[in-house]
Design a binder for this molecule. Structure first.
Ligand code: GDP
Ligand code: IMO
Ligand code: MG
Length: 428
């Protein structure tokens, strides 16, 4: 089972970083296949806490070669900041590889991300402001700058000038900002050339050869199914393929090499930024859940929107990704609730709807139909076997499993690396 994909099954922050880290000791490669430093993964190892944005979570495991795939957008300043911060804490980062076809985020993208959001006013998406959307827009418009362009200064300058042409009109005439010169961007990019050179690779070749040798490759997705550009709650999404299909296109391996698709779900739901969220709580229960789960963004520090578990969303994610195993995280956060509501279907304009409505307006109008299940009050953070959990916690997990139609293979009972219950091995 060498090709394992990790994807978020909700709106992000499900605990993908921890799930990737969990596989670290038995994995040779971890490739990030989409997104950029909009992601924020917190990984807790012993007393140490690491916040990763652009780097694959596999960087924390000594035996792993971390790879930034072609589907990622790279902010080189952030890359080296993150590498230096890890090195200062004694993490060996020397194995990192970056696809020569990954696109780079420039100052123009960061500026546009921010001014475009401001321009949207009430319709804003609530982006992370890291330049992600504008960089992917340039990629699709075929005016993007790739890592490989850094190695030929005259080509780089031509491409940067081409890319800035329209953007400067937009910045100056529409947004009333100053123009950005090609020199600023070229000089900035060239300042990283020598440091990035030894990392550059053909990620497709590297990973296919690794799979041919029978090595284990984990494809780590950023963001999540409901933030996916095609399958998420468009336009309130990120600009990349965060679903399992993106693992193939974003790294350069064929879909038939993806043997296992692991979906990460929280035992409740959170969302950062704008867009529909049927089970969202606006009352003191929501405040309680936010505090109990410490739901504040790793990237922007924004308080996350919180709500109950939404079973139709997990079923949707299971279909879209072909999920074979679920990792249910943060079960421990629900400890202390007398009864736990779960969304089993939606009420859309008076009609019961069992699945995520494909029509955006219907999803905006969807009200959750909730069923309540008995909670537990015992501390479960020390449980390591399913049978150790209180009966009501076991029943809650089995109920979610039945509603989702996929087995829950791992259960998270705390942030620590060892705070998991493994019901089915993810690598076998
Ligand atoms: P990611 O973006 O999907 O990697 O998730 P984040 O790191 O943004 O958010 C998940 C948070 O939950 C992190 O702070 C993790 O340390 C924490 N976490 C992960 N699994 C568990 C769990 O089972 N229990 C608890 N209490 N915390 C968890
Ligand atoms: P991880 O990998 C949660 C959200 C933003 C915004 C929308 C678009 O930690 O789960 P962008 O800057 O990507 O153009 O913003 O997507 N978003 C995330 N929400 N977790 C993430 O990553 C996210 N990455 C982007 O809040 O609503
Ligand atoms: Mg996160």
């Amino acid at each position: 089972m060498p090709g394992i994909v990790i994807v978020g099954a909700q709106w992000g922050d499900e605990g993908k970083g921890k799930a990737t880290d969990l596989l670290g000791e038995r994995t040779e490669w971890v490739v990030k296949f989409n997104g950029g430093n909009n992601a924020g993964h917190t990984v807790v190892i012993g007393d140490e806490k690491y916040a990763l944005h652009l780097l694959p979570s596999g960087i924390l495991s000594p035996g792993v070669t971390p790879v930034i795939g072609n589907g990622v957008v790279v902010d080189l300043a952030v890359l080296f900041e993150e590498l230096e911060a890890l090195e200062a804490r004694g993490v060996d980062t020397s194995r990192l590889k970056i696809s020569s076809s990954a696109h780079v985020i420039t100052q123009a993208h960061r500026t546009l991300d921010k001014v475009q959001e401001r321009f949207l006013g009430k319709r804003q998406i609530g982006t992370t402001g890291r330049g992600i959307g504008p960089t992917y827009a340039d990629k699709i418009s075929r005016v993007g700058i790739r890592i490989q362009d850094l190695f030929d200064e005259s080509i780089l300058r031509q491409k940067v000038e081409g890319a800035l042409d329209q953007k400067n009109h937009l910045l100056v005439k529409v947004f009333n900002r100053r123009a950005i010169t090609a020199d600023e961007i070229v000089d900035d990019l060239l300042s990283y050339v020598e440091r990035v050179r030894p990392m550059v690779c053909d990620s497709g070749l590297l990973l296919n050869q690794a799979l041919d040798r029978g090595e284990v490759v984990v494809f780590e997705g950023g963001q999540a199914t409901m933030l996916d550009i095609d399958h998420g709650t468009y336009p309130f999404v990120t600009s990349s393929s965060a679903t399992s299909g993106g693992a193939a296109t974003g790294s350069g391996v064929g879909p038939n090499r993806l043997d296992r698709i692991v979906g990460i779900v929280k035992a409740y739901t959170t969302r950062v930024g704008a867009g529909p969220f049927p089970t969202e709580l606006f009352d003191e229960q929501g405040d309680w859940l936010r505090q109990a789960g410490f739901e504040f963004g790793t990237t922007t520090g924004r308080p996350r929107r919180v709500g109950w578990y939404d079973a139709p969303i997990t079923r949707y994610a299971t279909r879209i990704n072909g999920i074979t195993d679920l990792v249910l995280t943060k079960l421990d956060t629900l400890t202390g609730l007398e009864r736990i509501p779960v969304c089993v279907a939606y009420d859309v304009n008076g009609e019961r709807v069992e699945e995520v409505p494909v029509n955006q307006t219907d999803f905006h109008h969807a009200k959750p139909i909730l069923e309540e299940f008995p909670g537990w009050s015992e501390d479960i953070s020390g449980c390591r076997r399913f049978e150790d959990l209180p009966q009501t916690a076991q029943d809650y997990v089995l109920t979610l499993e039945r509603m989702s139609g996929t087995r829950i293979s791992v259960i998270g009972v705390g942030p620590g690396r060892d705070q998991v219950i493994v019901r089915h091995d993810l690598i076998d």
